[in-house]
Every structure is written in structure tokens, then in C-alpha cells.
Design a protein around this ligand. Structure first.
Ligand SMILES: Cc1cc2nc3c(=O)[nH]c(=O)nc-3n(C[C@H](O)[C@H](O)[C@H](O)COP(=O)(O)OP(=O)(O)OC[C@H]3O[C@@H](n4cnc5c(N)ncnc54)[C@H](O)[C@@H]3O)c2cc1C
Length: 235
């Protein structure tokens, strides 16, 4: 089945149908909301699902198959990607928010690029330094491309663009290519994504009051556990 994302007031849910009929469900929430948790993770997940009618409806007949677990912000990037006799692939090097379901693709892609790099290092040691540098740059470029979108996905302007897509200059197709992971080869996708970024900044300027208010709410939501009341009041 298709992967779904459900946005709600305190964050977003993932809903990923698996091959055996089970579905992976979880929530990524703002710190103020998670810090307010008083119940155990299972109860808290059910309470959180109840706050989002769309996913509650999808799950009304669902049965919980395993234990519910909770974890804190786990995004990271290592300082170096390779050293004497090793390279780092996939999550070993970096982990970014899974909102675009990019992790497995990024890991597999880094494995393919990494295998070619190791091949060069072993067969043509005089080219090793250059191959490792190219490998490093390609992986960081891919992560940066996804990260730009991930960091902005909760902003009102981004959400408007995402939820009401119009395929001007084939930007929508470029976004689909991004989501499919097709960003590692030279293609027109990159200029269309740059156009999307330009459009995003332009719309933020047009709607600067709302953007500034959202930026302030986001800062409060991250910094202050008491910000829930302020966030609710600002809506
Ligand atoms: C909540 C959540 C939701 C996610 N959703 C998605 C999604 O929808 N789509 C998506 O593409 N990605 C998703 N990801 C990310 C994705 O799971 C990872 O990015 C991906 O699995 C990385 O693959 P990897 O091979 O680098 O690492 P892993 O999948 O972690 O594989 C590493 C393996 O090495 C083994 N290992 C560790 N140490 C040793 C050792 N010393 N000796 C031998 N073996 C060892 C581990 O047991 C593990 O099996 C999600 C991640 C999280 C946390």
C-alpha cells in the first residue's frame, strides 16, 4: 500500500503498510508536546492518535502487534565519512528525519557509491584520495538536498505549496523525483528544485507576517515546554 503522512497540531504521523499486512505507525512531535507526556508510551500513542481524526479513523479497527517505544531527537551527522581502511555508509554516517522515507534509499545509494569507491581505492591506490573526496561530496550533497526540504516542511508556506501542488515548470515532477530519491545524477530536476526554493522564499516574503509568526511559534515550541498554550493561543 501507499505510505501516508498525517499532519496534526503537535507534529506528524507516519503510516507505512508493510508486506505482511501489518502497518508501521508512529508520531514525530514537537518537544513541548513530548515533554508534557504523563502516561506510558502505549497510552500516550493512543492519546496522540485520538488528536488526529484522520489517522484515528484509519486505525479504528487496528490491533496493536508489538510494544510501543519512544526516543528523542536522533538526527546526526558524523564529522568524517572515511579514514584509514574504512568508509561509513547509511546511518553509520548520518541520520536525517524520516519524513520523506529517504533512509533506506540513501543507505543503499551510499553502499553502491561506496562499493565503487572502495574498488578504486584497492585497484588504483593513486586515485584513492580523489575517489574518497568525490564519494564524500556526493553523499553530503544528497543529504543536504533532502535536509533543506525536511527543515522547512513544517512551515506554513511549504505546507501550502505541498498540499496544493501546481506543476508549473514541472516543479511537481521534480518534487516527485526528489521523493523517489532521483537526485544523485545530473538532470533538470536540480534546476526545478532550485526554482521551488526560489518560489518558497518569494512566498515567504509575500506572506512575511505569517512566516515570521510561524518562525516565532517554532522557536517557542522547541525551546519552551510551556509553549503549548502560546501555540494554541496563536492559532
Ligand atoms: C522511526 C523511523 C522511521 C523510519 N522510516 C523510514 C522509512 O519509512 N523509509 C526509509 O527508507 N527509512 C526509514 N527510516 C530510516 C531507515 O530505517 C535507515 O535510514 C536505514 O535502515 C539505514 O540503513 P543502514 O543499513 O545504514 O543501517 P541499519 O538498517 O541500522 O543496519 C545496520 C545493521 O548493522 C547491524 N550491526 C550493528 N552493529 C553491528 C556489529 N558490530 N556487527 C554486526 N552487525 C552490526 C545492526 O544490527 C543492523 O542490522 C526510519 C528510521 C526510523 C528510526
Amino acid at each position: 500500500g501507499n505510505i501516508s503522512i498525517f499532519w496534526f497540531d503537535h507534529g506528524w504521523f507516519w503510516f507505512i503498510p508493510l508486506a505482511d499486512g501489518a502497518t508501521s505507525v508512529g508520531a514525530v512531535c514537537w518537544p513541548y508536546y513530548l515533554k508534557a507526556r504523563k502516561s506510558d508510551p502505549t497510552t500516550f500513542l493512543h492519546e496522540t492518535i485520538a488528536l488526529c481524526p484522520a489517522i484515528a479513523e484509519r486505525l479504528k479497527d487496528a490491533e496493536l502487534l508489538g510494544p510501543v517505544t519512544a526516543t528523542g531527537n536522533y538526527s546526526y551527522t558524523s564529522e568524517r565519512m572515511s579514514g584509514e581502511g574504512y568508509i561509513m555508509l547509511g546511518d553509520a554516517f548520518a541520520f536525517i528525519d524520516p519524513v520523506f522515507s529517504s533512509g533506506v534509499y540513501l543507505a543503499m545509494n551510499s553502499a553502491f557509491l561506496g562499493a565503487d569507491t572502495v574498488d578504486v581505492c584497492l585497484r588504483q591506490p593513486h586515485r584513492a584520495a580523489r575517489a574518497l573526496k568525490q564519494f564524500d561530496a556526493a553523499i553530503r550533497r544528497g543529504l543536504a538536498t533532502f535536509s533543506w526540504f525536511i527543515y522547512r516542511i513544517t512551515t506554513p508556506v511549504f505546507r501550502d505549496l505541498f498540499m496544493h501542488p501546481r506543476d508549473i515548470f514541472r516543479i511537481e515532477q521534480a518534487m516527485l523525483s526528489l521523493l523517489a530519491g532521483d537526485i544523485f545524477r545530473p538532470s533538470p530536476v536540480h534546476s526545478r528544485l532550485a526554482l521551488f526554493k526560489g518560489l518558497y522564499y518569494f512566498m515567504n516574503l509575500l506572506d512575511s507576517r505569517r512566516s515570521f509568526a510561524a518562525w516565532r511559534r517554532r522557536r517557542m515550541a522547541i525551546r519552551d515546554p510551556q509553549a503549548e498554550a502560546a501555540t494554541a493561543a496563536a492559532r
